[in-house]
Design a protein around this ligand. Structure first.
Ligand SMILES: C[S@@+](CC[C@H](N)C(=O)[O-])C[C@H]1O[C@@H](n2cnc3c(N)ncnc32)[C@H](O)[C@@H]1O
Length: 382
């Protein structure tokens, strides 16, 4: 029987349950009454971690109004497919078939016998200029909601990972948010005094003048990219990557995460390489571990060698010599567990034994930063 104080939550496009973890972390007294997703692998992982949650393995558009009404939910948490809105994609927006289920939800909202009090949506940067966002905002206004939009990244909370995403939180009138609502898209948390998000161990790493002078463009990077990375690494309000890494002794087979020779030779100059002492990493996407370029950072796991030394005069070397030189860095992929750490998944989150590493990267790349969403849920409800 439903506890009358506990909020009933509908988790749409539930994937591996990033929203569910965020809900738990938010401390809001709530229970997921149904999670919906069509992806078999994601659903197996969801079930593995939330065996007691009703998981509907079907497409959203085949769920009837009646079935939704029966759930009596107070909150919707959802991350609709983002491919129709990605800046590098075709931006099919509402004409992309993958937006169909989202438009179906917008049609249902005014027809529900009891409208949910709260709604949170996550999507990629790019969604804010889409027609889908226009339809969402119109529906919310027509249904008597107030809303606030955000463009946030885990770096806003001192986490050394970029994952800039669009978020919208909404609640029904006459309720109001605890912060002054604006018509702007907020790029920081309204309630986060900077000191609150600063982690315990920020030690600003100042780059010495001598080091700066030694920095040369040995990779295919523009001077402004290099400068951006340097300034991120010296931002003491961000934690260091080391805090999110596994001990190599913890890894069953570290060899499987080392970059294979072919990849080293082909992509060394375009990879985003970070060290454990860095305060940054780029967004991990679903192609991580499979494609190298633009899918996430790789880690230099041997620190006895300067990166600059490994890349010196690379062009003039034979393939064999090149490989020998680059191998000294022991470049490896972040493990799925390390990516889960950066994305805020708790230590007890796990994968069923049969989930391959490739599948783990894929579902994590599709998921979200739990800490960022937890903070937004709290902000929406309080
Ligand atoms: C961006 S991911 C959401 C990830 C999720 N928040 C998580 O933490 O893993 C989108 C998810 O929507 C699911 N999906 C896409 N279209 C769907 C539909 N029409 N009905 C149900 N699920 C759908 C995909 O299988 C995918 O898992």
């Amino acid at each position: 029987m439903k506890n009358s104080f506990r909020l009933a939550v509908l988790e749409l496009y539930s994937g591996i349950g990033g929203m569910h973890y965020a809900l738990k972390e938010s401390g809001v007294d709530a229970e997921v009454v149904a999670a919906v997703d069509v992806n078999t692998t994601a659903n197996e992982i969801y079930r593995h971690n939330f065996p007691a949650t009703p998981l509907w393995s079907k497409t959203i558009e085949c769920i009837t109004l009646d079935e939704f009404n029966k759930l009596q939910f107070d909150m919707i948490l959802m991350s609709p497919p983002c491919q129709p809105f990605t800046r590098i994609g075709l931006q099919g927006d509402i004409s992309d078939p993958r937006t169909k289920s989202f438009l179906y939800i917008l049609q249902l909202l005014p027809r529900l016998t009891k409208r949910p009090q709260f709604l949170l949506l996550e999507n990629v940067k790019g969604f804010e200029t889409s027609s889908a966002r226009g339809s969402l905002v119109k529906t919310l206004k027509d249904c008597g909601y107030i809303y606030e939009e955000f463009l946030l990244s885990p770096t806003n909370l001192g986490i050394p990972n970029s994952r800039l995403r669009y978020f919208l939180i909404a609640r029904t009138l006459p309720g109001k948010f605890s912060f002054p609502a604006t018509s702007e898209i907020l790029e920081t948390f309204p309630d986060v005094a900077t000191s609150e998000s600063v982690p315990e161990r920020p030690r600003p790493t100042s780059v010495s003048k001598q080091d700066q002078e030694r920095q040369i463009l040995y990779k295919l990077e523009t001077p402004s990219e290099l400068e951006r990375k340097r300034s991120q690494n010296s931002d003491g309000s961000i934690r260091v990557l080391q805090e999110y890494l596994q001990e190599e002794t913890e890894l069953e087979d570290v060899g499987q995460f080392l970059l294979p020779p072919k990849t080293l030779l082909r992509y060394a100059l375009v990879m985003d390489i970070v060290q454990p002492t860095c305060r940054r990493s780029v967004c991990f996407t679903k192609g991580y571990g499979h494609y190298v370029e633009g899918t996430g950072s790789v880690l230099q796991s041997c620190m006895n060698v300067e990166m600059e030394e490994a890349f010196r005069c690379l062009d003039s070397l034979s393939e064999e010599e090149k490989l020998k030189q680059l191998s000294k860095l022991r470049l490896r992929y972040f493990t799925p567990r390390e990516i889960a750490n950066l994305m805020g998944f708790p230590a007890h989150f796990g994968f069923p034994e049969k989930t391959s590493i490739k599948q783990q990267y894929r579902v994590l790349g599709n998921s979200l930063n739990v800490h960022v969403v937890a903070r937004l849920i709290k902000l929406m409800v309080q």
